[in-house]
Design a protein around this ligand. Structure first.
Ligand code: NAD
Length: 496
């Protein structure tokens, strides 16, 4: 059963857990979070004052940076313990606020905990201090310094994991962080920030900004912010990039969306192939940046494989987060998203798509949609968009070159997978595909937290996160050093 109690402890914002009907809409200075699976209000809180948060962070960050690395690491390790202590309540809150099944919310919280050790290792491997040489001329030291005040802007689909993947490395490196969670998941954001505060990380070093797009836009452009770590849609990432184009000194890491391909080639293991395709397309109700959106399938495999995928998809349970038995997937985030997906399905149909499995709104008032599959081979101009939900397009091709060309027929470049094929096929696929995550006989959304995570084109700006997040949380300083001045001008001097 969902826990309807507010997360206990210190009062940090005036965010309130609630279970009222949605009738009293937000006032102009409030953000209200609605539970997708019930349509009920879950939380409301006041929009933050950006100038004030930035001023506090600016005053505080140098002290934090001056602490020893060991102290900062010790504190984030305590944070991991705090999250572990609270993991049931946290998972329940995430499940309620995003609508994702409880089992999946639990894996998100476990990944937040694991993020701490990965970030400690990443800091040491990616940005550790080094002595480069020690000739007669002294040594050169390579050290890293924090940027100062970082803005972390989060998406709704992983309201705890995505921001943690940026906040934890930013704190270890010695930055202060202002975190703006998605306006759709502020309660999870607040819970996360409380866990940092409870273990003694100063309140001004990790601050919560409640707000929506206008506050995000204002925060990233604020002169007192030294860096922007963003995960979200490509449109918003591009808007941030444009806004900061005249400010090259501000570091900007953009983790954005994808229109990810999965190629299905020769394999005797049709059932496994179908399971990998279904996982790739429909995990998290298709609301992962790394979900497969396009299944590119060899013609002579088409009937058998697509038949298997359709059969398996029809068995997926769509339900509320705390249902028993647990659903495979929950609702999408809100009714606007459900309508947008249904409209996209209809648009693809009217453009020449052939339905394999229709998208159905399962409840007229709530955003539950059934997973849908449509063959878009006959559509000449397939829209190159991220359709962020359980909607898989199928494209039939005759040869492997055509499959790779079709997979690359996108401006995005986040993840891609080949299912089946020979090692030679995989080598060709790996060499020619444009994506930051390239998998073989694994789902498009399978990636290790111990590896970098990022994409090309509209998917990212070449600042991958996860294991490489340390890279954008600190900047390298090269220092030629000697204990005493020792110098002699050996050429080009007049006699004394
Ligand atoms: P979104 O882009 O709508 O919003 C993300 C965040 O940006 C929110 O906090 C929002 O308030 C803020 N925002 C909106 N407009 C802004 C502006 N002009 N300036 C600054 N901030 C602004 O994304 P979403 O719908 O919350 O999340 C889903 C998207 O995130 C999908 O596109 C998904 O692919 C992507 N995503 C990418 C990754 C990745 O690692 N590549 C991970 C998770 C999600």
């Amino acid at each position: 059963m969902p826990n309807d109690d507010p997360p206990g402890g210190d009062a940090m914002s005036d965010g309130l857990m609630s279970d009222r009907p949605t009738s009293d809409g937000p006032t102009s200075d409030e953000i209200v979070s609605i539970a997708p699976a019930t349509g009920k209000e879950l939380w409301r809180g006041r929009i933050g004052d950006i100038d004030e948060l930035v001023q506090r962070a600016r005053r505080a960050w140098a002290n934090w940076a001056a602490q020893s690395l060991t102290t900062r690491i010790e504190l984030v390790r305590r944070f991991a313990n705090e999250v572990r202590k609270e993991q049931d309540a946290f998972a329940e809150l995430i499940a309620r606020e995003t609508g994702k099944p409880l089992w999946e919310a639990r894996t998100e919280v476990e990944s937040v905990i694991a993020k701490v050790e990965i970030s400690v290792r990443s800091y040491a491997e990616r940005t550790a201090q080094r002595r480069l040489d020690s000739a007669m001329q002294g040594t050169t030291a390579l050290r890293h310094k924090p940027h100062g005040v970082m803005a972390v802007i989060g998406p709704y689909n992983f309201p705890a994991l995505m921001p943690s993947g940026q906040i934890i490395p930013a704190l270890i490196a010695g930055n202060a962080v202002i975190f703006k969670p998605s306006e759709k998941t502020p309660a999870a954001g607040e819970f996360l920030v409380r866990c940092f505060h409870r273990v003694g990380i100063p309140a001004n070093i990790i601050q919560l900004l409640i707000g929506g797009p206008p506050q995000g836009a204002q925060l990233v452009a604020h002169d007192g912010v030294d860096g922007v770590l963003f995960s979200g849609s490509s449109n918003v990432g591009i808007a941030i990039n444009r806004k900061l184009a005249g400010n090259p000194g501000k570091i900007v890491a953009l983790e954005m969306g994808g229109n990810n391909p999965i190629i299905a080639w020769d394999t005797p293991k049709l059932h496994d192939a179908a399971a990998l395709i279904v996982q790739s397309a429909f995990t998290s109700a298709g609301q992962r940046c790394s979900n497969a959106r396009r299944l590119i399938v060899k013609s002579d495999l088409y009937d058998a494989l697509v038949g298997e995928v359709k059969k398996l998809t029809a068995r997926l349970i769509v339900g509320a987060p705390f249902d028993d038995p647990q659903p495979y997937m929950g609702p999408v985030i809100d009714n606007a998203a459900a309508e947008g997906l249904s409209d996209s399905f209809v648009h693809l149909l009217s453009s020449g798509g052939r339905p394999i499995k229709h998208m159905v709104r399962l409840d007229p008032d709530l955003p539950f949609v059934s997973p849908a599959i449509i063959d878009t081979t006959a559509i000449a101009e397939r829209p190159d968009l991220e359709l962020f939900g359980p909607l898989l397009q199928v494209i039939r091709v005759d040869d492997f070159d055509a499959a790779i060309a079709e997979a690359n027929n996108t401006r995005f470049g986040l993840s891609a997978a080949l299912i089946g094929g020979t090692p030679q096929d995989y080598n060709r696929f790996w060499a020619n595909i444009r994506a930051g995550i390239v998998n073989w006989n694994r789902p498009t959304n399978g990636s290790s937290a111990g590896a970098p995570f990022g994409g090309l084109g509209l998917s990212g700006n070449n600042r991958p996160g996860a294991f490489y997040a340390a890279d954008y949380c600190a900047y390298p300083v090269s220092s030629a050093e000697m204990e005493q001045p020792r110098a002699n001008i050996g050429i080009g001097l007049r006699d004394e």
